[in-house]
Design a protein around this ligand. Structure first.
Ligand code: PEP
Ligand code: MG
Length: 582
């Protein structure tokens, strides 16, 4: 058979790197009871999976029955007895087993077909009682099918090492489950440049392209793919020339990384002597080695919510304390800014169950959620203060929209502090409380907010989303998402000026800070501290070391008069071209 046709797709490159390898098409929920042939030597395994799924379903129904009996009454719970009986009914179980053997078809397909046959017969009796039993029967069959699929498709962790994942979408928690050494890259139909999935990919050093619309319609598992996370290109069935070109690209980038790593101990200082602090954004302690390699001046953003997602139970206080302590110990005297739980929006936790919301990014997210669930908040603050005993602690509050949230948070911190003190435990040497400025109201009112906090950190990912009313994870509007929009730049500038007047430090920790061109704009606007994915520190350091503060201030001054983000980007390109020629 000849080589299959080559297709080139353009998307958003959200995590740098090139990968060449075979595709693994990941279906989060599997196809609807799709009919599949089972090879003769796999029939016994198929039947074993069916029995295992029956047992798992039985256990779940018994648990459900018990829970309902406790909360409601025995009569309501009786329905589950009927379900348990169906799970052992030979009419269903034995028939399914023998039909798998006879027809060589997959268990979920056979089970559903049998359930439908019985259901049709019951419905045909025209009796209300029997037609209700049909619903029970379907419910039981669906439960078993759910477990069959879970056994057959246990999730991303089982994918062959070196695969390139192709998916409709990956949530931040699914991305967090990917391990750098096992997965070569991923690409998705959905996704935006500053989605938490993209941030996660960078943290794990996995090249990624998102926003490809229909890539899952074209690619099949085992197809050959090239992923270019720099340019946002994906090539399906590449030619030999394309493969060798991208191999060279990968080598070139590896050489550049090596060169940047050699400069990791140099300070980020402009040619006219202004020192910029370059800090790291981290999600897990796994990234501490990369932070060290990058020569970060500290951790400017520790996204603690990743301790809470991708798991079945809430982390215990002891587990949290150990995680926070690992980070503090690794960083020694260097500052660590710990952000309190920012769950909600696109970061959902299985363990913190909140009602479904029509607009999650405008809903119960971040500090709003913590204030709504005080015990959850205390259960994070307690281990955090314990872990920081004897050192300075910077606590950052996400999604602040007014001073009330700061006052309330300070109240919780004081309460926990007193509790620990009464118990004779040691405390942090000093606690500073900062606000994320990522909602327009906070940026506009920065002068007032500054009276309530010790520092600001500007979250440009959300600030852009909320200022422009552009969902940061929605592919359909990603062309409208620009951190360089004059409104966003003016808000950032206003916050920097307010912080300077009120004599509090301000840093930027959105993705913008890790972009080597946009970081220059921020320095020109007066920002002296930038926090970013460790993978970006080297390239941003080099960009700053090649620039003069004076020229950047001039650039910033000029972009503040621009009318559109297009004009801003043009001004920035001209500046970079002039710099290259100088
Ligand atoms: C931001 O919004 O810019 C930010 C840094 O926080 P997150 O990306 O976690 O929302
Ligand atoms: Mg944010």
């Amino acid at each position: 058979m000849g080589r299959r046709r080559t297709f080139i797709f353009d998307g958003l490159g959200v995590s740098a790197g090139v990968a060449i390898g075979s595709a693994y098409v990941f279906e989060a929920h599997g196809a609807e009871t799709e009919e599949q042939q089972v090879a003769a030597d796999e029939i016994d395994d198929e039947i074993a999976v069916f029995h295992q799924a029956l047992e798992m379903a039985r256990k779940e129904v018994l648990d459900l029955g018990r829970a309902v009996a406790e909360r409601l009454d025995q009569q309501q719970a009786a329905i589950f007895d009927a379900h348990v009986a169906m799970l052992g009914d030979p009419l269903i179980v034995e028939r399914t087993v023998s039909r798998i053997r006879e027809t060589h078809r997959n268990a979920e397909y056979v089970l559903w077909a049998i359930a439908k046959d019985i259901g049709d017969q019951l419905s045909a009796l025209g009796d209300v009682y029997f037609s209700e039993r049909t619903h029970d029967l379907y419910d039981v069959a669906r439960r078993v099918i759910k477990f069959i699929r879970q056994i057959k498709n246990p999730g991303l962790s089982q994918i062959p090492p070196g695969s390139i994942i192709v998916a409709n979408d990956l949530g931040p928690s699914e991305t967090a489950a990917l391990r750098r050494d096992e997965i070569a890259a991923f690409c998705t139909n959905a996704g935006g440049a500053t989605s938490h999935t993209a941030i996660m990919a960078k943290a794990l050093g996995i090249p990624a392209v998102v926003g490809l619309d229909f890539i899952t319609h074209y690619v099949r598992t085992n197809d050959m793919l090239i992923i270019d996370g720099y340019e946002g290109t994906v090539i399906l069935n590449p030619s030999a020339e394309q493969i060798s070109y991208y191999r060279e690209q990968a080598e070139r980038h590896a050489a550049q990384q090596h060169e940047l790593a050699g400069q990791s101990r140099l300070p980020a200082v402009t040619t006219d002597g202004t020192r910029i602090s370059l800090e790291a954004n981290i999600e897990f302690d796994l990234e501490l080695a990369a932070v060290d390699r990058a020569g970060a001046d500290g951790i400017g953003l520790y996204r603690t919510e990743y301790l809470f997602i991708q798991r079945d139970t809430l982390p215990t206080e002891a587990e949290q304390e150990a995680a926070y302590r690992t980070v503090f110990t690794a960083m020694g005297d260097r500052p660590v800014v710990v952000r309190t739980l920012d769950v909600g929006g696109d970061k959902l936790s299985e363990t913190i169950r909140t009602p479904t919301e029509a607009n999650p990014f405008l809903g119960l997210r971040a500090i709003r959620l913590c204030l709504a669930y005080p015990d959850l908040f205390r259960s994070q603050l307690r281990p955090l203060l314990r872990a920081a005993a004897g050192r300075e602690l910077d606590v950052l509050i996400p999604m602040v929209s007014s001073p009330d949230e700061i006052v309330a948070t300070r109240g919780f911190i004081s309460e926990v502090k007193e509790q620990l003190q009464e118990a004779g435990e040691s405390l942090p040497k000093r606690i500073r409380v900062g606000a994320m400025v990522e909602i327009p109201s906070a940026a506009i009112e920065a002068g007032t907010l500054a009276k309530y906090v010790d520092f600001f950190s500007i979250g440009t990912n959300d600030l852009t989303q909320y200022t422009l009313a552009v969902d940061r994870v929605n592919k359909m509007v990603s062309h409208l998402y620009h951190e360089t929009h004059p409104a966003v730049l003016r808000l950032i500038h206003g916050v920097v000026v307010a912080a300077r007047e009120m004599k509090i430090p301000v840093s930027v920790c959105g993705e913008m800070a890790g972009n080597p061109s946009l970081a220059l704009l921020l320095v020109g606007l007066g920002v002296r501290s930038l926090s970013m994915s460790p993978s970006q520190i080297g390239i941003v350091r080099r960009s700053i070391r090649e620039s003069s503060r004076e020229a950047l201030e001039k650039l910033a001054h000029s972009v503040l008069t621009c009318h559109s983000s297009g004009e801003v980007r043009d001004a920035l390109s001209r500046h970079l071209a002039d710099r290259a020629q100088a």
